[in-house]
Design a protein around this ligand. Structure first.
Ligand SMILES: [Zn+2]
Length: 252
């Protein structure tokens, strides 16, 4: 079977202001930083694919979680139109790296899509560990009916090649059901990590993310991704530009 040549486009879904220690474990306490929220669009094959869908709305996040900014073009429906000329109903596959509010907030817009998530993430989202209850706090409307019907979900158990050239790796650590999407492109394989690594510093300096369900699994997930990928889009990396299509940060 021929593997399509895919292109990956980074979609900025807004910006969060957070204490850096929530991103780099036990370092830089009290340092407030602004970080982008990344989703990605994959085109080039038969399917129109989105990885993560950003936040539900700026107002909801400001009120319920953290200070955030989002411009009109950063709303997922506008970003996919600008990047690829797609409407929400054109998208037939949505992959959620995990179900935190800033990665699945736009799911309910994609009425014609099939959603891929790890079974373990689905279960965790409905019964999170105590330290993450505040993150999933009242967010089930983002992924439960009537927002997204159960029948639209495809639950993965571990690693899976969902299409030729697009592979999912189960990469827990930040959450029990985190997954990384590996996409074959002309420039080599791009790893869309979600929050398996929030930023490149987590990978390069081997500093865990600040929000963890299992520190040991965090390191194992990094080691699992590296042999497969040439570059990465981490969920909140600051050096990536909106609508960037190539030259993503290199994994060494
Ligand atoms: Zn997260």
């Amino acid at each position: 079977m021929t593997i399509p040549t895919y292109e990956v486009i980074a979609l900025k879904m807004g910006e969060l202001e957070v204490d850096k220690s929530t991103i780099t474990y036990a370092t830089d306490f009290g340092k407030l930083i602004k970080v982008p929220i990344w989703s990605a669009l994959i085109r080039g094959g038969e399917h129109k694919i989105i990885v993560d869908t950003g936040i539900h709305s700026r107002e909801w996040v400001n009120e319920n979680v953290a200070p955030t900014k989002q411009t009109e073009i950063e709303k997922i429906e506008n970003a996919i139109k600008t990047a690829a000329g797609w409407d929400v109903d054109d998208v037939d596959i949505v992959i959620n790296t995990h179900l935190h509010y800033d990665h699945c907030g736009g799911n309910q817009l994609f009425k014609k899509a099939r959603f891929y998530v790890q079974q373990a993430e689905w279960e965790h989202a409905h019964d999170p560990i105590e330290s993450q209850k505040w993150i999933y706090n009242d967010t089930s409307f983002l992924f439960d009916p009537p927002g997204v019907d159960y029948f639209a979900w495809h639950f993965l158990q571990g690693d899976s090649e969902i299409l030729p050239g697009i592979k999912i790796l189960h990469t827990p650590g930040h959450t029990p059901g985190g997954q990384t999407v590996l996409v074959k492109t002309k420039e080599g394989t791009v790893a869309i990590t979600g929050d398996a690594a929030n930023i490149m510093e987590n990978i390069e300096k081997r500093i865990p993310v600040g929000i963890l369900s299992d520190t040991d699994q965090f390191f194992k997930s990094l080691d699992k991704i590296k042999p497969f990928a040439a570059s990465a889009i981490c969920g909140h990396e600051q050096s990536i530009e909106p609508f960037q299509e190539k030259g993503f940060p290199r994994l060494t």
